[in-house]
Ligand binder design. Structure first.
Ligand SMILES: [Zn+2]
Length: 215
């Protein structure tokens, strides 16, 4: 969806969304959801982190689906609009500059406040892994039944190689590296990213190899 993923995880007639993406992508997302039988197929919207490109469509998607929105406690105030959106840029000179008001995503109410170890009751159970670094409240989601590890921006996968998160947009690279090392213990079947195609083969070994190289 225009450079950033909004992911639909379908489980029979139920579905979860991951992130809200761009506002201009919302009609396309709803078009996908309309193909799932039932009136309210989306029970949850799982937010990976409070960066605008992951959140511009959140409020409209929540209104369209009436889903419960889940996000890490460190980013609830930003998403709910009680704290200004911080600059997504890592450069110290740009950090004090908040996201201009007109560019800030619309506030969205957070129904489920997450912390490390939370279990979300969707798709057979989703473990919440707090992976600070890219942002303070970045989380990854591990779908127990399928072994899908959704990493958002905690990792990149350019040209078929795992890489650290973007240096331009990552606040704490040392923290991000520690988070990658911890993620490697999950043993995923599939790894999905917000800006790259997924790893569907040898995901666990690939992640373990990368984590060992950066540890
Ligand atoms: Zn990001």
């Amino acid at each position: 969806m225009l450079g950033v993923a909004v992911t639909v995880v379908r489980d029979g007639d139920q579905a979860a969304l991951i992130d809200g993406g761009m506002r201009s992508s919302v009609p396309d997302v709803i078009g996908v959801l309309d193909r799932i039988p039932g009136k309210r197929p989306v029970s949850h919207i799982l937010v990976t982190h409070a960066h605008p490109d992951h959140a511009w469509g959140l409020a409209e998607l929540q209104a369209a689906t009436n889903a419960l929105v889940a996000a890490h406690q460190a980013e609830v105030a930003i998403l709910e609009g009680t704290q200004a959106w911080p600059s997504p840029f890592a450069f110290p000179v740009l950090r004090p500059i908040p996201v201009p008001r007109g560019w800030s995503p619309q506030p969205v109410g957070i129904d489920i406040v997450l912390e490390h170890g939370s279990l979300v009751d969707v798709s057979g159970g989703v473990d919440v892994l707090h992976t600070p670094g890219h942002t303070p409240g970045s989380v990854c989601y591990f779908f127990r039944r399928t072994g899908l590890l959704y990493v958002g921006d905690a990792l990149q996968y350019p040209n078929g190689r795992l890489a650290h998160p973007s240096r331009v947009f990552t606040r704490d690279m040392a923290g991000a590296t520690q988070s990658i090392v911890r993620l490697a213990a999950m043993g995923p079947e599939t790894i999905a990213f917000s800006h790259y195609p997924p790893i569907t083969r040898q995901a666990s070994a690939t992640l373990k190899g990368f984590a060992a190289s950066v540890a």
